[in-house]
Design a protein around this ligand. Structure first.
Ligand code: C2E
Ligand code: CA
Ligand code: CA
Length: 655
């Protein structure tokens, strides 16, 4: 009599495993060590449910035909042979999902495989020693004590898997947690039922169900890969980094950034971007396996190299599946990428040259958290560093830059910007002449950030209008408190970005703001640093002319630092020339420096412009400037830039 219930349950397990196997192949998710272990588990379930079904039939007909006993001996042997592997596969699978497998040293991996080796020895020697099971004279299957050994080995792996899972619980995504709970739950329920009720062969069915759960969650990679390229996305990078960080002390990351993506997008559209991403991904896959490559943004790829695995050799997985670990070093991968990007890419009908910047970073040396890794992805690469391979020190700069960008955004939202004032003095009587408004950024994370650092960032972020308007408003409010009249000041100086002066509608915006506050234009002097090219020159001249007509005055900032200064001193209508502090300081250091300062002063005076010297720090400097007869002084000797209340206290005290 065939036990139809046994056959039914095993047939269900067989069909389920077969379905999952087919779908795994259809989805082509078979290239990762984890996938391979998964396929092995499915295959083991498939073989075991088949052998169980055959054994069942053979048992029913054995009496009629003694030849069947041989078949049964074979299927039973196969069953135990494969079954002893299953628990090991489970543990390996958990190890792969949690990425713990890459951490295990060679010696420990041998220790971990001892239970497996022992149970296989029992199984393989069973045809001669009959320690696990045997068939009695009536052809009945009889267990021996060796079977307990196999069960204990299996139990060890189950416990090991559970321990790993619980140990790395924090690093697992919610999705992985639930699917591993389901996985273990199903396997254990199936086992327990079968142990309690010998007549319900539920073990394999439970295992097959466990696999189904895994397919629906872990193995799908839905939402983690780009459908076209099969490359992991930003979400996947996020999840993987979490795991890697708990497991490895060191990681190397390669950021590949295509810098002319915007142009391509403008010229040819998104369809080509997709094709291009596809092409680049295909190429990267020839260097390293797809599960180390992440496409985090259009034109931005991140590659993770796990140093532990790469250098210390082929750990368990590596040895079993050699081709799953790349043999290229990080530098070799970078060299490969550079070589390829020197050539053109064929996108449809066009061939395009792609400009790249490659960043090589080490975790935790250069980057200490996954937040910083994402920082770096979005960071601004200045044009002088583009097209290079950046590493080490270059990265500090990038990280800082991104941090400053974020501080600027915070500053604009949370009112972190504050205008400081630095007084200027008449040289003749050392009385207060005016003040320069200088911007400060107070940030809760970076502390005080200085304008030399954040102004260029603000300019690149396209926020300079907003920031300069803010300064102008603060200055207008300050003037409206009556400081100018009360302390008999000439004006307050406001720095303007040249970039900003060139914008359309600039003059109107400035005059509207100042009119809005009812501030007379002659109370404001704009400082401009000359750094524009010749063709913008005429435009700047026109802008200045219109603002002068409105009553504003102009100071040329940083005289002596740029190359076009001479020409603009002649042709642009400045009221003041501010000689840069480097010129003053240089005059103390060398004879040549002194000649430069003296002649600059002489020349400017001959052009009837008034001179401000900044960076005055000592009494000797004042004495030297007195002999040169400049007009105004500004510097730490008198005061550093200070908040407006302090400025008021300061000038009040000097009265
Ligand atoms: P700048 O216009 O040449 O400003 C003078 C800089 O020299 C200020 O630095 C000031 O603190 C510093 N300084 C003044 N006297 C001395 C001295 O005796 N010794 C030393 N060692 N330094 C002195 P700060 O405030 O860091 O500003 C740097 C630059 O940032 C400014 O150079 C200006 O180009 C820019 N900036 C500042 N505020 C604004 C603003 O509101 N808008 C724009 N567009 N740029 C600004
Ligand atoms: Ca200035
Ligand atoms: Ca200056």
């Amino acid at each position: 009599m065939v036990n139809e219930f046994h056959v039914g349950l095993n047939a269900a397990a067989l069909l389920l495993a077969l379905t999952l196997l087919i779908f795994t192949f259809i989805r082509k998710r078979t290239d990762r060590a984890q996938n391979v272990v998964f396929l092995l588990m499915l295959t083991a379930i498939l073989i075991n449910s088949s052998t169980e079904i055959i054994s069942e039939f053979v048992f029913a007909y054995q009496k009629a035909n003694p030849g069947f006993l041989v078949v049964r001996q074979i299927t039973t042997f196969l069953y135990f042979f494969v079954h002893s592997m299953l628990a090991l596969f489970f543990a390996l699978y958990v190890g792969c999902v949690t990425r713990v497998i890459t951490k295990i040293s060679d010696r420990r991996s041998f220790v971990y495989s001892i239970p497996f080796i022992v149970s296989e020895i029992f199984v393989i020697t069973n045809p001669f020693l009959h320690l696990v099971y045997y068939f009695d004279e009536d052809g009945r299957f009889t267990r021996n004590w060796g079977e307990a050994v196999i069960y204990i080995a299996a139990a060890i792996y189950m416990v090991l898997g559970l321990v790993v899972m619980l140990h790395l619980w924090e690093g697992l995504t919610i999705r992985k947690r639930w699917s591993l709970i389901y996985f273990f739950g199903m396997v254990i329920v199936g086992l327990v039922i079968q142990l309690l009720y010998k007549d319900i062969k539920s073990e394999l069915y439970g295992e097959a169900l466990a696999m189904l759960g895994v397919v629906m969650t872990i193995e799908t990679e839905d939402g983690l890969v780009e459908p076209v390229t099969g490359i992991y996305n930003r979400t996947a990078l996020h999840a993987d980094l979490q795991n890697y960080r708990r497991l490895t002390s060191e990681l190397e990351l390669i950021f590949v950034r295509i810098t002319n993506m915007d142009n391509i997008l403008r010229n040819s559209g998104t369809k080509d971007i997709n094709r291009l991403t596809d092409e680049v991904s295909e190429y990267l896959k020839t260097l390293i396996h797809r599960y180390y490559i992440y496409n985090v943004d259009p034109g931005q790829f991140v590659i993770i190299k796990n140093i532990d695995v790469g250098d210390k050799g082929r750990k368990i997985m590596g040895r079993l599946f050699k081709n799953f670990e790349t043999s290229l070093t990080t530098d070799e991968i970078i060299a490969g990428i550079r070589e390829r990007f020197n050539e053109e890419w064929q996108i449809g009908k066009y061939s395009i040259k792609l400009d790249t910047t490659i960043i090589k970073a080490e975790f935790p040396d250069n980057l200490s958290s996954s937040d910083e890794i994402f920082f770096l992805i979005n960071s601004f690469v200045p044009s002088n560093l583009q097209g290079k391979v950046l590493s080490g020190r270059d990265l500090d700069f990038l990280m800082r830059r991104t941090a400053v960008e974020q501080a600027v955004n915070r500053g604009l939202m949370e009112k972190g910007f504050e205008v400081y004032y630095q007084p200027t003095y008449n040289l003749s009587d050392l009385k207060l002449h005016g003040a320069e408004a200088l911007l400060r950024l107070h940030d809760k994370e970076l502390g005080n950030v200085f304008p030399d650092e954040f102004i260029p960032v603000v300019e690149q972020m396209g926020l300079i209008d907003e920031v300069d308007d803010y300064v102008l408003r603060c200055v207008c409010e300050f003037i409206n408190t009556g400081v100018i009249q009360k302390y008999n000041m000439a004006s307050i100086n406001v720095n303007l970005s040249v970039l900003q002066c060139m914008r359309n509608g600039f003059v109107e915006r400035i005059t509207d703001i100042v009119k809005g506050y009812g501030v007379p234009a002659e109370y404001i002097t704009f400082e401009i640093t000359e750094s524009v090219g010749a063709d913008d020159y005429d435009k700047l001249m026109k802008v200045m002319e219109r603002l002068r007509e409105a009553g504003f005055r102009f100071a040329m900032d940083d005289y002596g630092t740029g190359y076009s200064n001479m020409r603009s001193v002649f042709s642009l209508n400045y009221d003041f020339i501010k000689i840069d502090k480097s010129i003053l300081w240089g005059a103390e250091e060398s004879e040549l420096g002194r000649i430069i300062l003296e002649n600059s002063v002489k020349m400017i005076k001959e052009m009837n412009k008034r001179i401000v010297v900044e960076g005055v720090e000592t009494e000797e400097q004042i004495n030297m400037l007195r002999t040169l007869e400049v007009d105004f002084l500004q510097g730490f000797y008198f005061s550093k830039p200070v908040p407006k209340n302090e400025f008021v206290r300061l000038v009040e005290a000097a009265r």
